[in-house]
Write a protein that binds this ligand. Structure first.
Ligand SMILES: [Zn+2]
Length: 249
């Protein structure tokens, strides 16, 4: 274990002396800041496939995406005086997770804060696996950081079939964070535009698409809108522009 090099500046204490005109003071050594940031990044639980995501490599190929990126950056600049979190809506593949991870990382670097990323389905699985049928409780070790982390990203909300248990669990997390005034960023493929209806041959009309409300229920949707400002990424624009960009090759 003796192979870890000790910082030459602070000799491993994490503090260094700074000389000002007539007095000596101590401040945190650069090595401490670096280790500290690395620890925060590790505990943030960002999946490997999104680890390198940042604002720098979020390519805003349309004016709309550029606006989305600007809003996200402003959110980081304004933090912690932001009124609420963000609900990032849009179809698969438009960069919602990339954007959420970029915000999360920028906040960690800028604000030195504890943040946490969870894929919604993965989180539910972990809570379920930790469930103890005897005590009828879930492992607080899993739940505690989700409830109390200063910033939480819940990725891909609605991906899991909305059983009562899923709704209860989500409500518990959301309400707990709401009461503590903690910032929550959520991404979802489900939007709540009025549902398009299909008319069957016998004249009955059925909904062909589920909305966010279908997935999480009216009450939770309302709470979500209280807690988050909506950023909507439109799929149609994105796809058209990707196609156009490809024509240039
Ligand atoms: Zn040092």
């Amino acid at each position: 274990m003796g192979s870890v090099p000790v910082c030459a500046v602070c000799k491993g204490t994490g503090w260094k002396f700074v000389e000002s005109e007539d007095r000596q003071a101590v401040t945190r050594c650069d090595c401490f800041q670096k280790d500290h940031l690395e620890r925060l990044m590790q505990t943030a639980n960002i999946p490997a496939r999104y680890e390198s995501c940042s604002f720098e490599n979020f390519h805003a190929i349309t004016p709309k995406l550029d606006l989305v990126k600007t809003l996200a950056r402003r959110f980081v600049e304004d933090y912690p005086t932001v009124e609420c979190g963000l609900l990032i809506l849009g179809p698969c593949g438009v960069g919602k997770t990339h954007l959420a991870v970029s915000i999360l990382k920028a906040l960690i670097y800028k604000q030195d804060l504890e943040a946490l990323f969870y894929d919604f389905r993965e989180l539910l699985k972990r809570i379920q696996n930790s469930y103890n049928p005897i005590s009828q409780t879930s492992e607080m070790q899993i739940l505690e950081p989700v409830l109390n982390s200063e910033v939480l990203v819940l990725d891909d909300l609605g991906s899991e079939r909305p059983t009562e248990w899923v709704r209860d669990t989500f409500a518990y997390i959301l309400n707990s964070r709401y009461n503590q005034k903690l910032t929550t960023l959520i991404t979802s493929n489900f939007d709540d535009h009025p549902k398009p209806f299909k008319t069957l041959s016998d004249g009955t009309r059925i909904s062909s698409e589920e909305s966010l409300e279908d997935r999480i229920g009216l009450r939770l949707r309302s709470r979500l809108y209280e807690m988050c400002k909506v950023i909507r990424i439109e799929g149609s624009d994105f796809r058209i522009d990707v196609k156009q960009a490809q024509y240039q090759f």
